[in-house]
Design a protein around this ligand. Structure first.
Ligand SMILES: [Zn+2]
Length: 557
């Protein structure tokens, strides 16, 4: 070998070294930039934002109420103050969502069951309740009833509750659950919209939701009845049609536990047998010796409520045209039935916490130098409690090109009630985001744990699901239940909170045990997770053959 070669070789080596140095320097520089920025997320800032948003003066931030308008103005003012660009309608921070608000008329709505020619008129609230029909103020249906188990048809799972049953022109009675599929699939098939579409596909003309022990454990009939005080909403599309509306279903009702047990009399199956089959994931479908007459009367009103949308432009000339979308809902239940004299449902954890984190994570990104490569959108959505409506409207009508949205990171109800040691990343397992979750968690010394409560179907119960349904990989990270301290039992703390304060006036800033340092720690993880997505040369991809990627992935663009 002559020197030239050596020199050349040395030169190449030097280049590689420099390249590596540059790469590691940029990686380290990016890492440092991210680390420096996320270190600015302060517990007291989160607490202050929550204290404002959860104050009684905002009256529980019900969708399309004055209290929620104030919350939306607060979010927009924060985004403007920190220098984010408006990315709503017409150069503003606001995307105005048109809603149809409905309240079932509890006086005029009726349900009558006919057995062997004998009529039984049920009593509203005691025996049954009805939902608001967003498309018709007055609708009536009378038809024989068939029981269709969970009302699920999942061909890719070889499962069909409608097999061997003729539901054409019938009213279908069904349960809330879904069979024992993988956690997110179970969640998907337990969605009431999916069950309604399936009932229509089988020719049904009405739906009766039965009560059963599992549903009683998640959303008891007594709470469903209490929640009638809150209006029910649908967003309106450009033709003024309500979303997820099935005009073929002319009547709907929910039965109390006592009436559910009576419904199966004379069918050859006891309610206990039916409940056991549902629990086992193998419900049977059969005709019932009953005809139902359902009269739904609904008070309807068209209203508007805003999403708030702000943008941080990315630093990369090409990738800045793509977006990572952070979401958190700003609405809560509003004013409802008083509990111990308190009728304001403040929604401190649900979701003043996520809204505060959205503000403080955005603020931290404005301090990141350099900025991430892709652009970021911070979207404070309305109408979540009413059915993920603000996020669904945004995902249908985004204020940027839909196929430029590469991922959604959603925050809802940060359970800052125990020391954070791990993350459960709902939805991550369906796309390349799973690896990013693990990378971010490792960087902030957190573990990653699987879904500990598939029966709660969390994957479909917050705004990330609206993006999944538009083919956008989305993750909902929450604090896990791992605890290195034998005296602290996160799962018990969560269950107790869920039982005593979830969707209760007691979810306020006076509740004990709020750990804002842990909220900031969670915020740093969520910051870093989005930062890594925004900086990754490769945009997130659905996993090959993934149920959601196959079902919705092609919907994009
Ligand atoms: Zn929530």
């Amino acid at each position: 070998m002559t020197t030239a070669v050596k020199v050349a070789l040395a030169a190449v080596l030097a280049l590689v070294f420099v390249g590596a140095m540059v790469k590691s320097r940029t990686a380290r520089a990016d890492g440092d930039a991210a680390d420096a920025a996320m270190a600015t997320i302060r517990p007291e800032a989160i607490r202050a934002d929550m204290r404002f948003l959860a104050d009684d003066l905002l009256e529980g931030r019900g969708t399309a109420t004055r209290g929620h308008e104030i919350a939306a103005k607060f979010m927009a003012a924060q985004f403007e103050q920190m220098g984010l660009e408006p990315a709503g309608d017409n150069g503003t921070y606001f995307q105005s969502v048109p809603f149809r608000s409905g309240r079932p008329d509890q006086e005029k709505s009726t349900l009558t069951l006919v057995r062997g020619g004998k009529e039984q008129k049920l009593v509203y609230r005691r025996d049954f309740i009805t939902g608001a029909n967003p498309g018709a103020a007055d609708s009536y249906v009378e038809a024989p009833v068939v029981f269709v188990g969970d009302g699920v048809t999942a061909p890719e799972q070889g499962y069909d509750d409608y097999k061997g049953i003729d539901a054409r022109g019938k009213i279908v009675a069904l349960a809330f659950e879904a069979p024992h599929f993988e956690s997110s699939l179970k969640a998907h098939y337990s969605s009431f919209e999916v069950k309604q579409a399936n009932a229509v596909a089988h020719g049904a003309v009405g739906i009766i939701l039965i009560s059963d022990p599992i549903l009683e454990g998640i959303y008891p009939y007594s709470m469903q009845t209490r929640d009638l005080v809150f209006p029910q909403f649908r967003w309106l599309d450009k033709q003024g049609k309500p979303n997820d509306y099935f005009p073929e279903l002319k009547g709907g009702a929910v039965l109390s536990m006592a009436e559910t047990k009576k419904l199966f009399e004379g069918s050859g199956h006891t309610a206990e047998e039916v409940f056991a089959d549902i629990k086992a994931g193998t419900p049977k479908s059969f005709a019932l010796p009953v005809t139902a007459k359902i009269h739904n009367v609904t008070k309807l009103e068209d209203v508007r409520s805003p999403n708030v949308v702000a943008k941080l432009e990315g630093s990369d000339p090409n990738l800045k045209s793509e977006y990572v979308v952070y979401t958190a809902h700003s609405d809560h239940l509003g004013i409802g039935e008083p509990v111990n004299g308190d009728k304001i449902y403040n929604g401190a954890l649900d979701n003043a916490s996520g809204s505060a984190l959205l503000v403080e994570i955005a603020r931290a990104f404005t301090k990141r130098n350099p900025r991430p490569r892709r652009s970021l959108l911070f979207v404070s959505v309305t109408g979540e409690e009413a059915g993920l409506l603000g996020s669904d409207y945004f995902a249908h009508y985004p204020t940027v090109a839909k196929d430029a949205i590469v991922a959604n990171v959603n925050m809802d109800e940060d359970d800052m009630l125990w020391p954070l040691e791990d993350i459960i990343a709902f939805g991550a397992e369906h796309s390349s985001l799973d690896a990013v979750v693990r990378k971010a968690a490792e960087r902030v010394h957190l573990g990653v744990s699987p879904d500990p409560m598939p029966e709660e179907v969390v994957f479909i119960r917050s705004d990330q699901y609206s993006f999944v349904k538009q083919g956008i990989p989305a993750v909902f990270p929450v604090g896990g239940f791992t605890s290195g301290d034998p005296k602290i039992h996160p799962a018990e703390i969560f269950k107790k909170w869920e039982k005593e304060r979830y969707h209760e006036p007691g979810d306020d800033m006076q509740q004990p045990g709020l750990l804002f340092d842990e909220a900031a720690k969670y915020g740093r993880f969520v910051f870093l997770f989005g930062d890594l997505i925004a900086d990754d040369p490769q945009r997130p991809l659905w996993n090959k053959g993934d149920f959601f990627g196959d079902r919705y992935g092609k919907k994009k663009g």
